[in-house]
Design a protein around this ligand. Structure first.
Ligand code: MN
Length: 489
């Protein structure tokens, strides 16, 4: 692990350091809401997924959804965090049209999950730890729609009451790149755990970014919170803009007001939304409709026993068992589906060769087509069969790439393609010798040049023989014969 990769920003008065902490709201992957049985499915018509509890009808009582509790505990364990066996729901009081209760049920003093950590992978293979302060469960609010009517605002309560995990980091990040890498890693972990789909476009993962600046080594500055940023790219833009704004204010003799700001993705700017409330403004108090949440050890242990292999462990295994480079290992474990695909290809085969083919050829092809690995026209089994033909000498590397291209187009099996198109590599020494002899006989001048020391021309001979054999000559055998015949070795 390395120390924070501090990237100072130059101001008129010298360098400044950015200090960043993130509060990520992750929607729990659950079919029903945190305190009601209403559906959470994305994209439904407005106000079609609203129970009486979500609409805050008088006398309705919330009932905790045990599955959501389990997902929060799973996530806590995945973040190597303290699981609190006793936690409590509080009412966070504020008025907003999309919040019919007049308060949000959240956890304030006693969250379900305490301190943990995330190992963040930085470009270039460095890693560092970002500490987690807490994770608590809370309800999402509804949504105000301001663009449906010219003179009215409408309210959609379908989102009201959906379970969120608010994951709060310590102010451990020092650059936009680190914050982006942190969100990516957090998303990877949540997806491995299956506790949140991490879909930022649909809003299932959104970040509030706390930004402040200070002189290197100086006391912490006043922070501003940028609300609900919903892509890794926007997080980076918002941080860069906000840090520069604060530096400009401070350098021109002003002070930073603690406030909540909005990021406008069209202009790339942040602007004031409201001055920041402190916790006491919300008049938190324990929700009298809900019992404290008490988890026994056996319950938590059972969830721990069911955790999947997480990305950091898997990455270490790829490096130690398969001999992959840290970079290749990181690329392959970034998505659970990719890792599963790779392992299916590598099983019983040369693991490094499999990694190469998956990362270079397969990913290259998928990127070109703009599709995910689930939609790959070449299955893991088929790619494995292709590697077998490479291993047993049927195909040279060059022919294997040719067969791979045909597999993409036709979806065919590599063996059948090799047979139909006669793409088998020629390893028969006699046939290759004959081809070499023909090229030598036709080019006595070139032979003389090579013999007088122009070794590089040997590549030209390789090309000529490959041309005359349709690219099928075994490169190893061809090289040996050429060296013998042309160079007299
Ligand atoms: Mn929150």
């Amino acid at each position: 692990m390395t120390e924070p990769a501090v990237k100072y920003i130059e101001g008129a008065t010298g360098p400044w350091e950015i200090v960043l902490g993130l509060e990520v709201h992750a929607q729990v992957s659950s079919k029903s809401k945190l305190f009601s049985g209403a559906s959470t499915e994305f994209g439904a018509e407005p106000n079609t997924q609203v129970s009486l509890v979500d609409a805050a009808m008088p006398g309705m009582l919330p009932v905790i959804n045990e599955f959501c509790v389990e997902q929060a505990v799973r996530t806590g364990l995945g973040l190597k965090a303290q699981i609190n066996n006793w936690s409590r729901f509080d009412r966070k009081n504020y008025f907003y049209p999309d919040l019919p209760q007049g308060y949000q049920i959240s956890q304030f003093q006693f969250p379900i999950v305490g301190e943990g950590e995330v190992l963040v992978d930085l470009p270039g293979g460095a890693t560092r730890i970002v500490r987690i302060e807490r994770l608590h469960l809370e309800q999402d609010a509804g949504k105000c729609l301001h663009d449906q009517s010219p003179n009215e605002s409408l309210v959609d309560l379908s989102r009201s009451g959906i379970a969120l995990m608010e994951i709060v980091s310590k102010p451990d990040m020092r650059s936009a790149e680190e914050a982006g890498a942190y969100v990516k890693k957090l998303r990877t972990i949540l997806r491995y755990l299956g506790t949140c789909d991490g879909n930022m476009e649909e809003g299932s993962l959104r970040a509030d970014v706390n930004v402040s600046v200070r002189k290197p080594g100086g006391p912490l500055g006043t922070r501003c919170e940028i609300k609900n940023v919903n892509s890794v790219r926007f997080i980076g833009q918002a941080i860069e803009y906000e840090a520069r704004r604060q530096i400009d204010v401070l350098e021109s003799g002003g002070t930073i007001d603690q406030e909540t700001r909005l990021f406008d993705s069209k202009t790339g700017e942040t602007r004031t939304m409201r001055s920041k409330e402190d916790a006491h403004d919300y008049r938190y108090f324990p929700d009298p409709d809900l019992q404290p949440l008490v988890l026994d050890k056996a319950y938590v242990d059972a969830i721990a026993a069911g955790l999947p292999e997480l990305p950091d462990v898997r990455r270490a295994r790829y490096i130690n068992e398969f001999g992959l480079s840290p970079y290749d290992a990181s690329v392959l474990v970034a998505e659970r589906e990719t890792a599963a695909f790779y392992e299916a290809v590598a099983k019983g085969r040369d693991a490094k060769l499999a990694a190469n083919w998956v990362i270079v050829e397969l990913f290259g092809m998928l990127n070109k087509r703009g599709v995910g690995i689930e939609e790959s026209p070449v299955s893991a089994a088929r790619l494995g069969e292709l590697l077998d033909l490479l291993a047993d000498g049927t195909l040279s590397g060059r022919l294997a790439k040719e067969v791979f291209e045909i597999m993409i187009e036709t979806g065919g099996a590599p063996k059948a393609i090799v047979e139909e198109r006669g793409l088998v590599q020629v390893t028969d020494t006699g046939a290759i010798e004959a081809a070499v002899d023909a090229v030598i006989a036709a080019n006595p001048d070139k032979v003389a040049e090579v013999r007088s020391g122009k070794d590089k021309l040997l590549g030209w001979f390789v090309g000529q023989v490959m041309k005359s054999t349709g690219g099928k000559a075994n490169p190893q055998v061809l090289n040996d014969i050429l060296r013998k015949k042309v160079m007299g070795e």
